[in-house]
Design a protein around this ligand. Structure first.
Ligand code: SAH
Length: 261
């Protein structure tokens, strides 16, 4: 079975964080009409209206599934997701699933980006570390909320592309580095929040060490070949407190972690 990064595991949902999809039958009908409307719009000469699609994405995929953090909703309403996907997939940028971004990697499903960001419980002003830059989209969403974002990508080509995109689009508070996120970013530690967007069998020790007291680390932990549990690790008096959120599927973390098995 192919594993695509950053999506809800369709085979089952667990956890304290999952709220039922609150769409009423009327909501479903309206959603259907909206999709039909967007379909028509995409075919017009003026081209697709990405702002309209983005608004629908936030309402139907994110708010409807119980994400209420206003900073997350605002950031996801603003960041132009269609500019972070390959040119040939622009039309699918606001759909409810992950998309390939080249180099065998993927940009996460919008809902997963929103959920992971909400789990970080950012208030603004934080210093955040991301492991797994990929397209740079998650970093951009974080950049709209936090004071500073440091993101590491092991694939040099993806890192280069994400760095130049983020610069072009105006995210001066996001720094991209090519390297192995297993070791974190020691020169910038501690971080108020850390997000790992690749699957790990367990938390890399350097990442927990670089988490500030009271900070939150959001990471998919489990069998990297099948599915994982989106997990929030909070540092309380130097000790990890574990909360499992939802079953998910991410691409595996590579690099040093593979040698430690
Ligand atoms: N957050 C991304 C999606 C992540 S896909 C986005 O918004 O588009 C997972 C990414 O993690 C891939 O790009 C992969 O190359 C990267 N990755 C895998 N192992 C890594 C490691 N050890 N260090 C840093 N990045 C890693």
């Amino acid at each position: 079975m192919a594993i695509s990064a950053g999506e809800v595991n369709p085979k089952g949902r667990v956890g304290i964080h999952l709220r039922p999809n609150r769409l009423s039958p009327l909501g479903v009908i309206l959603l259907g009409l909206e999709i039909a409307f967007l379909g028509c719009q995409a075919g017009t000469q003026s081209g697709p209206d990405f702002a309209v699609r983005r608004k629908a994405m936030v309402a139907d995929q994110i708010l409807a599934r119980g994400i209420h953090d206003s900073l997350v909703l605002k950031a996801m309403s603003e960041v132009p997701r269609h500019l972070f996907v390959p040119a040939g997939l622009v039309d699918e940028a606001y759909r409810d699933y992950p998309l390939p971004i080249g180099e065998g990697q993927t940009i996460s499903q919008p809902y997963i980006v929103a959920l992971m960001t909400e789990c970080l419980a950012l208030k603004g002003g934080e210093k955040v570390l991301e492991v797994g830059t990929g397209s740079g989209y998650q970093a951009a969403v974080l950049g709209r909320i936090a004071a500073a974002v440091f993101t590491i990508e092991i694939n040099a080509a993806l890192a280069r592309e994400a760095a130049s995109k983020l610069e072009r689009l105006g995210f001066p508070n996001v720094r991209v580095r090519s390297g192995d996120g297993f070791f974190g970013w020691p020169g910038e530690a501690p971080f108020d929040a850390i997000i790992v967007t690749a699957a790990v069998p367990e938390v890399p020790p350097a990442l927990f060490a670089q988490l500030a007291e009271g900070g939150r680390l959001v990471v998919p932990i489990g069998d990297v070949q099948t599915y994982q549990q989106l997990t929030v690790v909070t540092k309380k008096n130097g000790q990890p407190r574990i909360e499992r959120v939802l079953d998910v599927r991410f691409v595996p973390m590579t690099g040093e972690i593979l040698k430690r098995k």
